[in-house]
Design a protein. Structure first.
Length: 301
């Protein structure tokens, strides 16, 4: 079995010599040349069959079918055995002292025991000069060691990096590249635009809570609050005892991004709330809780 480790290969196999079979392992470079002596994992009187090999970042896992004693002279006692091989134990050299030796270490001069490599280019994140998951030559945000230009669409390959409205988001990853106030990182305004590119227009903030002004349970009050929307001057709140909002519900309007509700639900009762801006422009109620379709409260007239 062969497993790629980011810079070379691990190879495991069963070596048969007469009646003896043994599990072997070795490291190969990217050209399939040996870089260390082979390692023997099993010894007589035990025999082995069919290996499996995986690379788990700094360590190989090897499993094989182990043949033990014969039962009643007819069939062998078979089970599965497992071994871990740390690369440093095979090659010896480990210049960054992270217990992952050459040639397996994807950052040989920078300690990184987790061997994280999000763009899977064989170079660890802590030493990669261009962490680039979509492989378009531009680096992902959040990796300060990047020496390449920042990608304006880190999850969509766009080597042209076209950005008509110059809002920092590329044409291929936003819903309107002619409007600077529309992109996946923009807050929703009361302007009849889908500012945050989520498919809903002028919907209310999704941070509604009864814990306002930095309160935390159990000190929360009966004040239902949410982040105000830029441009909105009036909001609507509805309350129902059905999460589908298909039964009777109470509807109120408020000029503030909050509503005081003194109602205390019973022991076995649950109340559900929705809010949206209504002036100057009526906004969406947002998506349903279990699917991406727009919510349409049937309890309203």
């Amino acid at each position: 079995m062969l497993a790629w480790n980011g810079s070379g290969f691990g190879l495991s196999w069963v070596d048969k010599d007469g009646s003896e079979s043994r599990v072997m392992f070795t490291n190969l470079d990217s050209t399939m040349q040996d870089v260390a002596d082979s390692v023997r994992l099993t010894y007589p009187p035990w025999s082995a069959h069919s290996t499996s090999l995986v690379w788990a970042g700094g360590v190989y896992g090897i499993a094989w079918e182990h043949e033990g004693e014969w039962l009643g002279g007819f069939s062998p006692d078979l089970d599965v055995r497992f071994a871990r091989i740390v690369c440093g134990c095979l090659s010896g050299a480990d210049p960054d002292n992270d217990n992952i030796g050459l040639p397996c270490d994807n950052c040989p001069d920078d300690a990184n025991t987790d061997q994280a490599d999000v763009d899977r280019d064989g170079i660890g994140d802590v030493c990669d000069p261009c962490t680039d998951r979509d492989r378009d030559g531009f680096g992902d945000p959040g990796y300060p060691q990047n020496e390449c230009d920042l990608d304006n669409c880190p999850e969509i390959q766009n080597p042209e990096q076209t950005d008509v409205d110059q809002d920092g988001f590329g044409l291929d990853c936003e819903c309107d590249d002619n409007e600077p106030a529309v992109n996946p990182g923009h807050p929703e305004y009361n302007d009849e635009l889908d500012n945050d590119c989520d498919g809903f227009i002028d919907e209310g903030a999704d941070d509604a809570s009864f814990c306002c002004d930095d309160e935390a349970p159990p000190d929360c009050t009966s004040l239902f609050c949410w982040s105000p929307q830029v441009g909105a001057t009036m909001y609507q709140v509805i309350r129902s005892d059905s999460r589908r909002f298909n039964l009777d519900c109470e509807s109120v309007f408020t000029e503030q991004a909050e509503w005081f509700d003194p109602t205390v639900p019973g022991a076995a009762e649950v109340l559900y709330y929705l809010h949206r801006p209504t002036e100057p422009l009526a906004g969406s109620w947002g998506p349903q809780s279990k699917n991406p379709y727009e919510r349409d409260p049937l309890c309203l007239p």
